[in-house]
Design a protein around this ligand. Sequence first.
Ligand code: GDP
Ligand code: ZN
Length: 287
Amino acid sequence: MVVSYGNSGVVELPDGQRRLCKFRRSVGRPFCGDFVDLADADGESAVVTAVRPRANEFLRGGPQGRRQVIAANLDQALIVVAPVPEPSRDLVERYLVAVHSLGIRPLLVLNKAERLPGAALADDSPLLRLDQYEALGYPVLRTSCKGPPGIEPLPAVLHEQTSILVGQSGVGKSSLVNALLPDLDLQTNELSRVTGKGTHTTTTTIMYALPCGGRLVDSPGVWEYGLWEMTQQEIARGFPEFGPFPAQCRFNDCRHTGEPGCAVRAAVDSGEVRRWRYESYLRLLKP
Ligand code: GDP
Ligand code: ZN
């Protein structure tokens, strides 16, 4: 699915053509990114006869903490940060925990990279720890929409993947989308032609084809990470370097907050787990 409205949407056929399709209530509502089976309805449109099982669902906390699906079957989420607005101490961990919990691969993008040298940052700013995130295994890409290095590092990681950009308002997500999609207007006009109505990019989640190969899901509004409640295990999964340690704790319901015989705490003391990451984990446990 390229885009999904209430009871209809646009699918991309294997040959790349786009086609209007209707949903049947019995089949359920497919989301942007879903793989579906189709049957012909009339010459113009098709009917969705089945929604294939999803690899993952990308959620947003809705009203009253309800979880809303925005898209399905994403490969990766690019967490965008910038020197302005300055990210708070635990912001990157919050995003990492949320993306890991959805079963999607997280990457970090430092946009407005040209403003980093000389930026006045707090001592515990995540932007001073980018090399440590890299050492933890997270790719870190430096971009700028206002000068070198431009978006040059992005095509290589976006190629053949389905990606979404997430991050605080003002970090430059729309600017990156525009830079990545020189034919953005063409693509939305084509969608409007297929649906026969206007496509409101400010209210609709749309999957675009990237010139570098791959797809980019653009969803309006800030992604309010962590609006849903997470269990201690979900939070711990956002810290992959805890690795084998939780299984070695004396108590199998150990929360790693100071319990006797905690192997995670021992790994922090021995330097195998970075203390600043562990402290962030403790803060995320009690919001
Ligand atoms: P969004 O809210 O994350 O979608 O952010 P926008 O794309 O709307 O960008 C917010 C502001 O940052 C705009 O004024 C952009 O012109 C500016 N901006 C975006 N990218 C860069 C960059 O790489 N460097 C600088 N200096 N400003 C940027
Ligand atoms: Zn423990």
